[in-house]
Write a protein that binds this ligand. Structure first.
Ligand code: FES
Length: 512
C-alpha cells in the first residue's frame, strides 16, 4: 500500500486538528483533516535541550491508534460542509466527527455514518526513521494519483480564524488603535434582510466600503460558514445575488493612478506598509468576488473551492489588520495616503472567465508576490523593524497557500474542460495562452523558484513568457482594449465565456 509522509510527530503536537492538503505528481489535489485526539503532548513528549520534542513515554501511546490520530476527507459527503470545525464525540467503541451543518456523524476509523452515508478515512501509522530515530506520521495514500506529497499542514485553530461572536461592537475602534474619521459603523449582520447564504455574504462584503466592517464581516461570515451558522453556499440558486463591477471604497480614500503613488524620498517604510495594506484590502474583495462571480457560472464547483477561497478571504483580512496595526504604530491611519486600484483592473479584465481570473490574479500577480516578499522582508529587517518583518513573514507563508489554491483550481478547470469536450487542456499550455492574451509585457523575474514550486508552479509555467496585449502610449492611464478571448469553458449557468469582449485594463504589478 502506498503511503504519504505527513510530518515528524512533534509537528502535530501543537494543535489537535490540522488542514492537510496533498498534491499528486499529476497535479491533482486532495483536502483532508487530521485529528489528533491523544492526551496532552506533555504526557508523550518533553522538550529537549535543543528545543526538539523527545519521546519520554511510549508504551501506552506507542501506536497511531493509541495516540488517536485520524485522517478523513475535509468536506462532508452530504452537502459539502467543512469538517474542520466538526464536533468530536466519543462512544464506547468509536469516535465520531459530527458535521456542523446537519449533524450527521462519521466514524473516524471507518468513515461510516448512521445515516448510511460514508466518507473516506485513511489509515495512519507512526514510523521511526531508521537514520535519525525520529518518529514520523504516515498515512495511506489516496487513490487516483501517483506520488502524493503534503503541500500544506495548517493548524485549524487560530485566534483570527475563530473569533468570538461579533454581533455587537463596543466602539468603532478596529482593535488595532485605528479609528477612521467619524467612523459610525453599521452592524456586522444587517438588521434588515440579513444574508442567509455564502453568496449573499460575499456580495454584502463586496458592497461594504468601510475596511473595518469589511474585515469584521469577513471574519463573521467565514466563521459562520465553518461552524454551521450558514449552511448553504447558494451558488446553485436560480437568482443568485450579483456582485458589483467594482467594490466601493470610503469617500475619504484618495484613489490615484499607480504611477502617481509617492516615490523617491517619500517612498519609505510607512508608504510601503500603506501600499501593502491597500493591496490586502483589494485582495479581500478578490477572494469574495471569485466566489460570487464564478460560483453561479460554474455550478459544479465543489464545496472545496469555497473552502479554499473563504480561507483566502480570511487570510487577506488578517493581513490587512496586521498591516494597519503596523501603520498605527507609525501614527499613520490607513486611508491617510493615496492608494491605487490597479489590482481591480486585472479583476475586471478577467471578469468573464474563471480560467483567466485564476491565471492572472493568482498565478501571475500573487505568484509575483512570492518573488518580491523576501526582498520586502529584507528591507524591513535592514531598517530594524522586526514587527514588520514578523507581519510580512506571516503574509508570505499564507500567500504560498493562495498560489497553491490558484494552481489547484486552474488544474481542476482544465480537467473539467477536457472531460467536457475532449480538448487538449494541458495546464501549462493553457496558462501560457491565458497570459499571452491577458497580460502586457514579460513575466518578470527573478523568480522565487522554491516557493513557486511549493505552490505547484514549475518553471515550465512561467519561464520565457510574455503577455501580448498591446501597450498604449501612456501606461498610467486606464484604457479600453477589445480582444476576443478563446476561452470556451462549459458553464452550468446562463453565461458562456466564449468570445466575450474584454473590459478596460491597465498594466499592474502585485508589488506596489
Ligand atoms: S451533514 Fe454535513 S453537509 Fe449536511
Amino acid at each position: 500500500m502506498a503511503q504519504v509522509l505527513i510530518s515528524p510527530v512533534p509537528k502535530i503536537l501543537s494543535h489537535f486538528r490540522f488542514i492537510l492538503t496533498l498534491r499528486s505528481e499529476e497535479g491533482k489535489y486532495h483536502s483532508l483533516i487530521l485529528f489528533r485526539l491523544s492526551p496532552s503532548p506533555s504526557l508523550v513528549y518533553q522538550e529537549s535541550d535543543n528545543g526538539v520534542g523527545r519521546k519520554v513515554e511510549s508504551d501506552a501511546l506507542g501506536s497511531a491508534s493509541n495516540r488517536q490520530i485520524y485522517v478523513m476527507e475535509a468536506t462532508c459527503p452530504h452537502l459539502g460542509a467543512e469538517m474542520s470545525h466538526a464536533d468530536i464525540e466519543e462512544y464506547e467503541d468509536s469516535v465520531v466527527a459530527v458535521c456542523p451543518w446537519h449533524r450527521y456523524d462519521f466514524d473516524l476509523k471507518t468513515g461510516k455514518s448512521e445515516t448510511g452515508l460514508r466518507t473516506c478515512t485513511y489509515a495512519v501509522q507512526i514510523k521511526t526513521d531508521q537514520g535519525t530515530g525520529d518518529e514520523q506520521v504516515w498515512m495511506e495514500a489516496p487513490d487516483g494519483g501517483r506520488n502524493w506529497r503534503v503541500v500544506e499542514l495548517r493548524p485549524v485553530s487560530e485566534e483570527f480564524a475563530d473569533p468570538p461572536p461579533l454581533l455587537k461592537r463596543a466602539s468603532a475602534d478596529s482593535g488595532d488603535g485605528h479609528v477612521a474619521p467619524q467612523e459610525e459603523l453599521e452592524p456586522i449582520v444587517p438588521e434588515e434582510n440579513p444574508p442567509k447564504t455564502l453568496m449573499e455574504w460575499a456580495v454584502l462584503i463586496l458592497n461594504t466600503p468601510n475596511p473595518t466592517l469589511k474585515v469584521e464581516r469577513t471574519r463573521y461570515a467565514v466563521n459562520a460558514f465553518r461552524t454551521g451558522a450558514i449552511t448553504s453556499i447558494g451558488h446553485k440558486a436560480a437568482h443568485p445575488p450579483v456582485p458589483p463591477a467594482k467594490p466601493s471604497r470610503e469617500a475619504y480614500m484618495k484613489i490615484v493612478q499607480p504611477g502617481k503613488i509617492q516615490s523617491g524620498k517619500r517612498r519609505n517604510r510607512v508608504v510601503m506598509l500603506h501600499a501593502l495594506a491597500n493591496i490586502e484590502q483589494w485582495a479581500i474583495d478578490l477572494a469574495w468576488d471569485i466566489m460570487a462571480r464564478f460560483g453561479p457560472m460554474h455550478k459544479d464547483l465543489p464545496p472545496a473551492f469555497f473552502s479554499d477561497f473563504t480561507k483566502m478571504a480570511l487570510d487577506e483580512s488578517k493581513h490587512f489588520s496586521l498591516l494597519r496595526a503596523r501603520l498605527s504604530a507609525f501614527s499613520t491611519p490607513y486611508g491617510s495616503l493615496p492608494v491605487h486600484a490597479s489590482l481591480w483592473d486585472s479583476a475586471t479584465l478577467t471578469s468573464r472567465s474563471l480560467l483567466s481570473r485564476l491565471a492572472i490574479i493568482h498565478l501571475v500577480h500573487e505568484a509575483r508576490g512570492l518573488d518580491v516578499n523576501p526582498k520586502t522582508i529584507e528591507k524591513f529587517r535592514k531598517a530594524g523593524d522586526k514587527d514588520s518583518v514578523d507581519v510580512m513573514e506571516v503574509i508570505h507563508a499564507d500567500e504560498v497557500t493562495h498560489v497553491t489554491a490558484g494552481h489547484r483550481w486552474f488544474v481542476w478547470m482544465c480537467e473539467k474542460q477536457r472531460q467536457w469536450d475532449g480538448s487538449d487542456m494541458d495546464p501549462i499550455q493553457v496558462f501560457r495562452d491565458e497570459v499571452r492574451r491577458c497580460w502586457r509585457g514579460d513575466i518578470k523575474g527573478p523568480f522565487n523558484i522554491e516557493d513557486r514550486e511549493k505552490a505547484g508552479l514549475s518553471k515550465e509555467f512561467y519561464e520565457d513568457l510574455k503577455g501580448e496585449m498591446p501597450f498604449d502610449n501612456d501606461e498610467d492611464e486606464v484604457r479600453s482594449t477589445s480582444k476576443n478571448t478563446t476561452s470556451s469553458l462549459k458553464t452550468d449557468g446562463a453565461v458562456n465565456v466564449k468570445s466575450v469582449q474584454q473590459e478596460p485594463t491597465t498594466r499592474v504589478e502585485y508589488e506596489s
